[in-house]
Design a binder for this molecule. Sequence first.
Ligand code: 23J
Ligand code: MN
Length: 263
Amino acid sequence: MEASKLLGELASQLASGGIEVVDLTAVLGPDTPLIKLPPDLAVDTPKVEIHTISHYDKNGPWWAWNWLKLGEHSGTHFDAPIHWISGKDYADGATDTIPVKRFVGPVNVIDCSKEAAADADFLLTVDHIKAWEAKHGAINPGEWVVMRTDWDRRSGSEAEFLNANETGPHTPGPTAEAIIYLIEKDVAGWGSQTIGTDAGAAGGMQPPFPAHTLMHKANKYGLASLCNLDRLPPRGAILIAAPLKIEHGTGSPIRAMALVARK
Ligand code: 23J
Ligand code: MN
């Protein structure tokens, strides 16, 4: 189909609801869960703060507006290649230099919700991805791959979301081999529903934090704390995930959404 005709058809399907826009984003505010890193290793990102400048009052009689204190990696957010030391030298690897077309693409949703419910430390393997491809079709270059765990059901409580105890955080994620397999497929990036793109136990993996270390080394992107993946089909939806154009930014909160054909 001619591109202009396709856009016209898209517009009418959006208007009629034949194509739905699904919100994949958590509310961003002071209660947003944030990653806790080992204190001997690193400093943590600060809590999100929303400060009133005016609220139709003496500080601005006819308007309301706020200012924010916000870590780049807060809530539903985008990881740029320069976030990690392995991707630090990519000229097109920061929030202000990644080509904007990379923020829109097909999304493959691998449903691990049952596995994650049974085992918070569940790790997605190459065999699991291959079984998904045998059922739904091959993952193609430039596509996103996201791991559905329904972890957003825990997002009302930071303790439940981080799920940490004396042995560390217990959240699902990918094996290093699964990430290598997806890089060989030349995906756009990898997304999760947990606090970060890596499993809670990923600090002890080889390499440590493989989704960060390997994806960003390959100039690929990450998405974390995605919501509502249970509302997406395994394939066929279009993901829109655009970070703020922060100067030299390593990542950014996003308003992630997906275009989905109504069943
Ligand atoms: C810094 C250090 C380790 C990790 C992270 C950030 C994230 O998950 C993130 O938000 O990128 S694992
Ligand atoms: Mn991040």
